[in-house]
Design a protein around this ligand. Sequence first.
Ligand code: GDP
Ligand code: GDP
Length: 436
Amino acid sequence: MAIPVVAIVGRPNVGKSTIFNRIARERISIVEDTPGVTRDRIYSRGVWLNHEFSMIDTGGIEFADQPFMTQIRNQVDIAIEEADVIVFLVNAREGITDADERIAQILFRSHKEVILAVNKADNPEQRQDIYDFYSLGFGEPLPISGTQGTGLGDLLDAVVAHFPPEVNDEDDQSIKFSLIGRPNVGKSSLVNSILGEERVIVSNIEGTTRDAIDTHFTDETGQEFTMIDTAGIRKRGRVYEATEKYAVMRAQRAIDRSDVVLFVIDGADGLREQDKKVAGYAHEAGRAIIILVNKWDLVEKDTKTMGEFTEKLRGQLQYLEYAPIIFVSAVTKQRLKQLPEMIKTVSENQQRRIQSSVLNDVLLRAVAITPTPNVKGHRLRVYYLTQVAIKPPTFVVFVNDPDLFHFSYQRFLINQLRDSFDFSGTPIRLIARKRK
Ligand code: GDP
Ligand code: GDP
């Protein structure tokens, strides 16, 4: 479940972003290949030789107004904090610089798995010269070229060979969830209030995953939960945590590891751009989502306030129409008791399986209500509907011509599915395939 993380570090201009983008684009198949994915430039997830991993380009986290070495130091600290394997990138054309040596020292002290890659080794002569880099102390340097795309397969082979042994968590029946939201919306307060509930029993099992910062607890029904990344919420104070890109990357990592995402909004303050970005990522990753409007105690209310707030929010987050909204307060603990039950419900919905026979009854009825569209004289025909996956529920509909299966009819069918079964809190995917 906790997939390994790879970070690329090195001083500016050695080619970190070039390598990151090349690997993300060509060398690994992106897991979430739904159209319109908001892919952040510094964080990506993929697979190499059946090993799933995520990857961070530390160079993408910039620290304006800070001295050169401080910037690099922050980036290397992030890599050490976040990654299982670090790719230390240097430049074949420039040889070893002072900054390279400083980075090497920091990495060396971290005792992390480090792979030294020498970029810009574009031709055989340059590949000859890389042996100087042995003196950095990280073993055999791997020659690569970001512009030519050479050496990347060997690099990825070395990377996956250094992954920590897989943790077998098949016995783990817990529902994994995380709290996501801008700074100051009240995430850590909510965490403390949830764990402070008397009916919740916290049992932190250390050392079972690399992210031993997770919190495990059981509710009164015996359901187990794992709260992801609470230390990321609680520990504070390092400089880089203030940068938005770091915060977004952190949130994306937590989302990747979660089944359910609690998307926290400040009820007194409303929705901002940064909120939408992270919510969009959770949606596209197929996570179940509950929207928590926090600090509801601060809002002056009458009988209409909740309805109006809901309507506005639905307008701003149209693609999250399926996500339940709950108005809470970390301070007064209003409605927090309901939360474990809600998390459980959306998690169940996310794993719901519907038999094909039942699905095709729904399909027949749907087509009877709203006949399939006619596009330039060609009528869409839908033959058969079947569920192919859960987490999120994914359906394949066999049609005569997928090009005729437009967005509006797709939406209509998804809505029919939502009307017929309880999929509240979970995204649904619908894929059109040509019937052979
Ligand atoms: P970063 O600051 O470390 O992220 O570096 P960039 O990825 O932005 O690359 C810096 C410059 O080096 C860009 O102009 C790239 O086109 C160039 N570059 C990256 N990889 C290679 C390479 O393998 N060979 C050559 N010749 N140039 C490269
Ligand atoms: P985080 O950055 O998202 O973890 O936010 P914090 O939990 O640190 O909360 C930020 C500030 O909002 C703190 O001063 C909290 O005391 C306050 N706060 C959090 N939740 C609530 C709430 O439900 N009601 C009120 N009135 N204040 C809250």
